[in-house]
Design a protein around this ligand. Sequence first.
Ligand code: GDP
Ligand code: MG
Length: 164
Amino acid sequence: MANIVAIVGRPNVGKSTFFNRLVEKRQAIMDNEPGVTRDRHYGYAEWVGKFFTVIDTGGFVTGSEDKFESEIRKQVKLAIDEASVIIFMVDCRDGLTGFDKEFANVLRASKKPIFVAANKADTPDKSILAAEFYGLGLDSEIFPISAENGGGTGELLDEVVKVF
Ligand code: GDP
Ligand code: MG
């Protein structure tokens, strides 16, 4: 099975920033299907000699009738189905939200390996906030990261690629 990592989470937690960091060196966005690019981007990445595909998704918003949001929801479900590993991104600055909890419930049902990335932990004091996400009740270690400055991303990726 192909090595595919999907980055999921509600809007504005930093998924695309992390995706761009991962695929940056290769500039390898490969999906140009009309109408799909906005919500789902594919790229190639490498970490410690392991190669994998990364999927960046749009946000997942539960319980909305809105067409745009239902499209996002569909795309995320597809990403979850395709992925061999899921990085569930949350935001240390916002703390644990209701959407995060609902999202966690959908992910738990996927039965895929899940890694929680508590993003925007730009400084050690922010990293401490990441512990709150153990309250999601997911079977995952919580990895404080900064997609912006790269902090903690190595520790996260070391664990992710062990799945491959
Ligand atoms: P997405 O909607 O989940 O794809 O989130 P984006 O990657 O578009 O980021 C949303 C906002 O959060 C942008 O203004 C980013 O610059 C900011 N952001 C992303 N990662 C970090 C981070 O590690 N630290 C800080 N402070 N801001 C970040
Ligand atoms: Mg994005």
